[in-house]
Structures are given as C-alpha cells and as structure tokens.
Design a protein around this ligand. Structure first.
Ligand code: IPD
Length: 289
C-alpha cells in the first residue's frame, strides 16, 4: 500500500530547514510584543516565519487544518479534530531568540484522527534536524537516536522550565518542585528554553526526563513523536495518558524515571489549549497585519 503521509513528512523536513533561516534574522527584525503576560514574547519573525510555513503547506496541502502558535493567538482556541492537522511552532524559544541565547527551534507536527503521525524539530543554531515518524524510529539528521538506558534516578539529569506565567503561587510550586527533584538527589537540572529541543534532548539520551506545566500543543507535538520513536514515554504530569491540548507534559526515557519524578511534581492548574482565550488581541492583530 502506498505510504499516505510520506510526501507530507518529506515536505515538513524541507520547510523546517528553510524556516530555520530565521537564525539569520537581522536585529532590526526582532520587534518584540507580548502575548499572555509581559514575559510571553512574540517577535515579528515568529509571525513572518509562521506565515511562510503555513503558506507553503497550504499551497501543497490546502485541505488540511493548521494550528500555528501565532495564528492561534489570533483565533483564541485550537480544536483538534480527526482531520489531517499541522501543528506548528515557527520559533520555539522566542525568549532565547530575542536575547541571542543560541537554542531556537522550528517545530512541525502532523496528526490524523487526533493521533500524531510525525514530528520534525529543526534546532536552528545547532543546525540539527530531529525527526520521528510513527512506527519508523527517530533520527537526528540521518543518525538513528535512542533514549538513555539509565533507570537510576540518582544518576539522571532532568529538564524543566519556568515557563511564561509569573503568578506567584505557580512560580512557588515550580521552584518547590525543582528543589524536591534536586534533593532526590539527581545529577542536575537543565533547560534549553525551548520545549521542542528539550524533548529532543530526552530522545537523544542526553537527559532522562523533561516535564512542564503551561506549555502549548505546538511546543510539544513534534517532540512527542520523536521521544516515543526513540523508545521513550510521554504522559501527563500525573502519570495519566498524554493529552496534547492539556498544556501539561512529562516525557522520559523510561516509565520508572517518569514515575519517580512525578512523585515530586507540585501540580498547578493551567488552561487548556482548546479553551484558549486572547489576553492581548490588539497586539496580536497588529502583528498579523
Ligand atoms: C516556550 C518555550 C519554553 C517554555 C515555554 C514555551 P515559545 O515556547 O518552549 O521552553 O518554557 O512554556 O511557551 O513561546 O518560545 O514558542
């Protein structure tokens, strides 16, 4: 039987690499606005690159559905249906991009019947293309990648992030969770500032786990396929099944590591992506003009 998604997969790889040219964006292009909070940044480059990616995909696969980070800010909610759906983060690690911290990724995932078929993450400054396709393994460039085989939490490195919410009680829970994990003790806690790249670090075996509450579907959709295809697990921060729209995600090399970290996570409430509301519609509108 012909492979139904091969063309889409190959095109996603091509377009992610092209979009990765954002690393050459000139300083004058880095016009910053904010979205859900004063630290949730968006630049004109995010909007421009998303337009380029969605424009190219629409030209080729016009009947598909598109969920893009910046267009979602404009629309307000993203509903995942059974239709073939592209889930795109044009610049994952916008804060890094603005500050010249060299971890920025383009993340493109594709889902059908609400199941992720493939994910592509181009880590622009490292110039590494991570990809995974359901049932067909995970790769960094052309090299096959696997998660770490370490199941000893005390010999592990865990990634988490502070995210973009500065609500005091949430920040306290994040800090307390980090402290508890550190005191297990683990070898270390890290964070690249891009969820997509963090997930690729799990997939390639550089760290054992990554979790975050407050991320969005476009930050983690592609990484979820890559981690699973590299032999890892992706679940909710309470150990339940992964829900792409829940804004919560845990991924690890092994369920034992995931469950041990989960014991230390102080969960706090977060909106769902399918209930998203616009906080600053005027700015989002201006950027899209
Ligand atoms: C952000 C990054 C960051 C994570 C934030 C995300 P963006 O995505 O993935 O690592 O901590 O929660 O919002 O806004 O740079 O695309």
């Amino acid at each position: 039987m012909a492979d139904p998604w091969l063309e889409a997969y190959n095109f996603a790889i091509e377009i992610a690499k092209k979009a990765g040219e954002i690393r050459r964006a000139s300083e004058s292009e880095i016009k910053i606005s904010t979205k859900s909070s004063t630290v949730d940044l968006v630049t004109a480059t995010d909007v421009r690159v998303e337009k380029i990616i969605i424009g190219a995909l629409k030209e080729k696969f016009g009947d598909d559905v598109f969920i893009g980070e910046e267009s979602a800010s404009k629309k307000g909610a993203c509903i995942l249906t059974d239709e073939p759906t592209w889930i795109i983060d044009p610049v994952d690690g916008t804060t890094n991009f603005v500050h010249g911290f060299p971890f920025v990724a383009v993340s493109i995932a594709f889902a059908v019947n609400k199941e992720l078929e493939f994910g592509v993450v181009y880590s622009c400054f490292e110039d590494k293309l991570y990809k995974g396709r359901k049932g067909q393994g995970a790769y960094c460039d052309e090299e096959s990648i696997q998660v770490s085989d370490n199941k000893d939490i005390k010999k592990s490195v865990i990634i988490s992030e502070f995210g973009t919410d500065r609500d005091r009680s949430k920040v306290k829970k994040i800090c307390s969770t980090m402290e508890r994990i550190l005191l297990i003790p683990v070898h270390g806690i890290r964070g690249t500032g891009t969820a997509a790249t963090n997930m690729c670090m799990v997939a390639r075996g550089s760290v054992e786990a990554f979790f975050e509450i407050g991320i969005h579907c476009w930050d983690v959709a592609a990484g979820a396929v890559i981690v699973q295809e590299a032999g890892g697990v992706v679940c909710d921060v309470n150990g339940g099944p992964f829900d792409l729209m829940s804004r919560r995600m845990m991924c690890a090399n092994h369920a034992d590591i995931a469950n041990r970290v989960i014991k230390e996570i102080e969960i706090f409430p977060s909106d769902r992506d399918d209930h998203l509301h616009i906080v600053n519609p005027y700015q989002a509108f201006k950027l899209l003009l």
